[in-house]
Design a protein around this ligand. Structure first.
Ligand code: XIL
Length: 374
């Protein structure tokens, strides 16, 4: 009996010693994170919503501060929220957003100053050119000045282009003409010369749009006005755009002497309504199983495809890390993604690298494995 007791004690001590040694060898889990993994390459950001800014859920806050070193405001800096009436700005939430970034030592991005969408109604109603110039100038200068030295970079203009590379008929273009673009960048740089100023858009990998973007940016540069970067929104899917198109675009924008940021990364796994009914998005598909095939969970095969796609994309980003300043996911976890509600409401999508329970997905592991840091 005594021998058995001695044996058990010795075995327990040995097991404890061994497991401690093992623990010492493994990096503490707080070290393993997206931001640490890519710390020598580019910032890793997330778009955060109002609840996240207000730190409503401490588990979510902990995840954001552990994994990301940059933030973008998903909605609260858009004109309808930050400048709801001609003579009043609403800085309550945006102050909290900036404080969140400062508290967690993050690179803080401002999204977005001039955008035709989620545009304050009073802004959209302006038809007169002088009135629009004055309104835009006040909008840009007031907001940029308020966060001067705190917000590191701005999407000065968002989505000014059509798919064929021509300028979109927005309230700004209609009233001021194409000079509104150069004005916007000038007012922003006059107000905070140190912030990085970006042009941001989707489908920036499409050849016609890319050529249009390049032409538009060169015109701004030719006027001697400061523009620092191009934001390529990464609202992509499992197949398109091709790695080749993404690569050619990163190189083309970088050749303008600009930084390239991947600004709104999410990879949809759901069918695109356009594939089924030509160019028309039929509301009839809402709620149909065909358009919402993974409501009960994502099959392993698709989970793997998503992980492979994320791996291919990040491999390319690493190859061009000298050109890429920041990679920002459009959201933190699948449950919160705007892609559950767009372009069809009420679907279950899986576009990010954290699942609905905030657990890292296979896609997370696949990008983490690309560096030798873990
Ligand atoms: C989206 C937000 O994620 C949604 O919550 C909102 O309802 C609509 O806008 N391009 C952009 C982003 O520049 O601001 C958009 O964000 C997504 C497309």
């Amino acid at each position: 009996m005594k021998t058995l007791k001695t044996f058990l004690v010795i075995t327990t001590i040995l097991i404890l010693m061994f497991s401690c040694k093992q623990t010492n060898m493994v990096k503490p889990s707080t070290f393993i994170s997206l931001k640490n993994n890519f710390q020598d390459d580019f910032y890793i950001g997330a778009a955060i919503n109002e609840n996240q800014i207000l730190e409503k859920d401490s588990v979510v806050t902990a995840l954001i501060s552990k994994e990301f070193n940059s933030i973008t405001a998903e909605n609260i800096m858009k004109s309808m929220y930050i400048h709801p009436a001609k003579d009043s700005f609403a800085f309550n939430l945006t102050d909290k957003y900036v404080a969140f970034g400062e508290k967690h030592g993050m690179y803080i991005h401002g999204h977005t100053l001039i955008w035709h969408s989620q545009l304050a109604a009073w802004f959209a109603d302006i038809k007169d050119s002088t009135e629009m110039v004055l309104a835009m100038e006040k909008h840009i200068k007031t907001i940029v000045d308020k966060y001067k030295g705190k917000i590191d970079s701005w999407d000065v203009v968002n989505e000014a282009l059509n798919e064929d590379g021509t300028l979109r008929k927005s309230a700004f273009l209609e009233s001021v003409g194409e000079d509104y673009l150069a004005f916007a960048f000038k007012w922003a740089s006059d107000t905070d010369s140190k912030a990085d100023l970006y042009y941001n858009d989707y489908n920036m990998t499409n050849l016609n749009k890319r050529n249009g973007a390049i032409k538009m940016i060169e015109k701004i540069q030719d006027k001697g006005i400061k523009i620092d970067g191009v934001g390529m929104q990464g609202h992509w899917n499992l197949k398109t755009p091709s790695i080749k198109d993404i690569e050619e675009s990163i190189i083309a924008y970088s050749k303008l002497g600009l930084k390239v940021a991947i600004t709104e990364l999410d990879i949809t796994v759901l069918p695109n309504p356009k594939d089924l009914v030509g160019a028309e998005v039929s509301q009839g598909f809402e709620g149909s199983e065909k358009m919402n095939p993974y409501a009960k969970g994502l099959p392993d095969s698709i989970q793997t495809k998503l992980a492979q796609r994320y791996r291919d994309i990040f491999k390319l980003f690493l190859k061009h890390k000298d050109k890429i300043s920041r990679v920002t996911f459009w959201g933190v976890s699948d449950g919160q993604s705007w892609l559950n509600g767009w372009p069809i409401k009420g679907r279950t999508n899986y576009p990010l690298v954290f699942d609905r329970e905030l657990k890292p997905k296979q896609a997370y592991d696949s990008i983490m494995a690309l560096t030798s840091k873990n």
